[in-house]
Design a protein around this ligand. Structure first.
Ligand SMILES: NC(=O)c1ccc[n+]([C@@H]2O[C@H](COP(=O)([O-])OP(=O)(O)OC[C@H]3O[C@@H](n4cnc5c(N)ncnc54)[C@H](O)[C@@H]3O)[C@@H](O)[C@H]2O)c1
Ligand SMILES: O=P([O-])([O-])O[C@@H]1[C@@H](O)[C@H](O)[C@@H](O)[C@H](O)[C@@H]1O
Length: 544
């Protein structure tokens, strides 16, 4: 019997409305299987043997490079059972939190609503996992490219099945907060209002010095105490356990989508090591931020924690604590509009041999995020994450740029209440071209910020949860003799596509080029089912 598609909404290829939730008698079926001696399927696991091919380069005495192909044989193991997953948001009552919640409810119920441009239906556009495809291969007879939904490459949780909860320093229920956010159409809000009115954020730690003073008026749902303490850590841990138990969850993923905090000073003896950070929390050190308190709590509770804002939540002590406990962390700062465009455009220009010499990035917005960012210390956190996004692309091209040479780059953010959540981003890219010429690219990019960020929140949860069910060991080559399966490194740099300032394991390079980030994510997931990276060489169409 053909798989019965749930939530049908007319995708040409028979897939359902962004859910790709094909099922057979209620059980999600795999869209494809890999026919290879290197891939073994059981009811519970997919095991694959993967030859990882790299090129190591050494510079000889004569200054010439010697490139040596290398092979490492990895064994990957994927747990196929998805389980019941919870998503807990810090800042749940904010524009992002209310919007992503309403969006998941609308998709789960297959809602459609009237707008000035006519009826609209719930979708997951803007989500890489739910809205994009990847090339599986080419049809053996016709050579036709076969693309599959990204969501189907591995057994991933479906966002419709996420159980949502979270915290906010504002006591508004999610329906009231959705109205305050002023992001969604009234017709849609009316359809989800009842369900969202039942959702009430848990009280949260509030340390006024870390966010703008203009946020104080909404802080009526706070835990006692205005600086870090173990009581806050233990309360958050209990909140996670209670949420898990109340909803019979197998796993909870936590995300920070609360206000941007100022940077915390990195102080030796305070937040430089895991032990010192715990001591600093115990002693109530004023340099430990609410987001770092959440990170500590999630690490100790083994709930993956992702920071969607630009502040340095993951101080060195937090990273060390995560490594010590084998807990997953990721961040920083959702990459939703202006910066996402920048990381693609700069990659294209520099790889086209065009010498970018100046990037001017201005934007104004009128939501509460913008109001918080109107305070200099909070803006500085955002300025850092928005400015560093071109570094790797520039450093990779020593033809255009001398060592240490960079394009001029300025970031301006202004708070203009009138435009609400609909941020206006104005960018100018100025470049040197052939024989003294110049190219000027000017962009005007209206980003409905929460509608762009919400799908990223979903992707971050889906991918982080998937990573908790993937383990590896090395058979031969570099890093060989890993006897037992183990998880990926605690710092999930695989999440970088969704983030402006990707967190990476200490000492490893930061990749911001958008295409490379997507390639890494795609090819690691392909490797988990024994498939080589898609090289786009298509030699079968060139050598005959
Ligand atoms: N929407 C985007 O395009 C985008 C992109 C990148 C990053 N971000 C970041 O995501 C975050 C959320 O954005 P938003 O537009 O939803 O902002 P928002 O101001 O609407 O929501 C933030 C919420 O966090 C709450 N909050 C503040 N401190 C808290 C604490 N200690 N504990 C719990 N809740 C707390 C606030 O009450 C508010 O409801 C911001 O830091 C923003 O910079 C947003
Ligand atoms: O992701 P992106 O569009 O470059 O960046 C956005 C900024 O342009 C905006 O000013 C800020 O309020 C959002 O939080 C987000 O960080």
């Amino acid at each position: 019997m053909a798989p019965h598609a749930e939530h049908t909404n007319g995708y040409a290829n028979g897939y359902t409305n962004g859910t790709n939730h094909a099922t057979e008698n209620g059980v999600k079926t795999d869209l494809f299987t890999v026919d290879s001696p290197n891939v073994v399927y059981t009811d519970d696991e997919i095991k694959s043997k993967y030859i990882y091919r790299t090129t190591s380069v050494a510079q000889g005495a004569n200054g010439k490079y010697v490139a040596t192909p290398r092979e490492t044989v990895y064994d990957f193991k994927v747990e196929r059972k998805v389980g019941k997953v919870g998503m807990m948001l810090v800042g749940w009552g904010g524009n992002n939190g209310t919007t992503v919640t309403a969006g998941i409810i609308a998709n789960r119920r297959g809602l459609a609503w009237d707008t000035r441009e006519g009826p609209r239906a719930a979708n997951y556009f803007g989500s890489v996992v739910m809205g994009s495809t990847m090339k599986l291969g080419t049809e053996s007879k016709t050579g036709k490219e076969i693309n599959i939904p990204f969501h189907d490459v591995l057994p991933m949780v479906h966002p419709n099945d996420l159980v949502i909860g979270g915290w906010d320093i504002s006591s508004m229920n999610l329906a009231q907060a959705m109205d305050r956010a002023a992001v969604l159409e009234p017709t849609l809000k009316a359809m989800v209002k009842k369900e969202m009115a039942e959702m009430k954020p848990l009280p949260s730690p509030y340390y006024p010095d870390f966010i703008a003073a203009n946020q104080g008026d909404r802080a009526d749902n706070v835990l006692e105490g205005s600086k870090a303490c173990m009581a806050h850590v233990e309360k958050i841990r209990k909140d996670i356990r209670d949420f898990k138990e109340a909803n019979a969850l197998d796993k909870v993923i936590v995300q920070w989508t609360a206000n941007t905090e100022r940077y915390a000073d990195i102080i030796e003896g305070v937040n430089d090591t895991a032990d010192n950070l715990i001591k600093a929390v115990e002693s109530g050190h004023e340099e430990v931020s609410p987001s770092t308190v959440f990170a500590v709590a999630c690490i100790l509770e083994n709930a993956p924690f992702i920071n969607g804002s630009p502040q340095n939540t993951f101080v060195p002590g937090a990273i060390e604590l995560a490594e010590k406990h084998g807990a997953f962390v990721g961040g920083d700062d959702f990459k939703s509009g202006q910066t996402k465009m920048k990381s693609a455009l700069v990659d294209f220009m520099i790889n086209a041999g065009i010498k970018l010499t100046s990037i001017a990035s201005y934007n104004h917005l009128g939501n509460n995020d913008g109001m918080n960012l109107s305070s200099q210390k909070q803006f500085r956190s955002k300025e850092i994450s928005k400015s560093n996004v071109v570094d790797d692309m520039v450093e990779a091209n020593n033809i255009l740029y001398k060592p240490g040479e960079h394009p001029n780059h300025t970031v301006v953010i202004k708070y203009m209440p009138a435009v609400g959540d609909n941020k206006r981003a104005l960018d100018e890219y100025y470049a040197e071209i052939f024989m003294g010429g110049h190219q000027t690219i000017s962009l005007f990019n209206v980003c409905e910020d929460s509608l762009l960020a919400s799908p990223l929140i979903i992707d971050l949860v889906l991918i982080a949860e998937m990573m908790t069910r993937i383990s590896w060991k090395a058979e031969a080559g570099d890093g060989a003799n890993t006897k037992d399966y183990k998880g990926f490194h605690s710092v999930l740099s695989i999440l970088s596509y969704m983030l402006k300032a990707p967190l990476t394991p200490p000492g490893t390079p930061v990749v911001n080029a958008l295409a490379k980030q997507r390639g890494a994510l795609t090819n690691i997931f392909r490797a988990c089912v024994g498939l080589q990276p898609e090289s786009d060489m298509t030699l079968e169409h060139k050598l005959f």
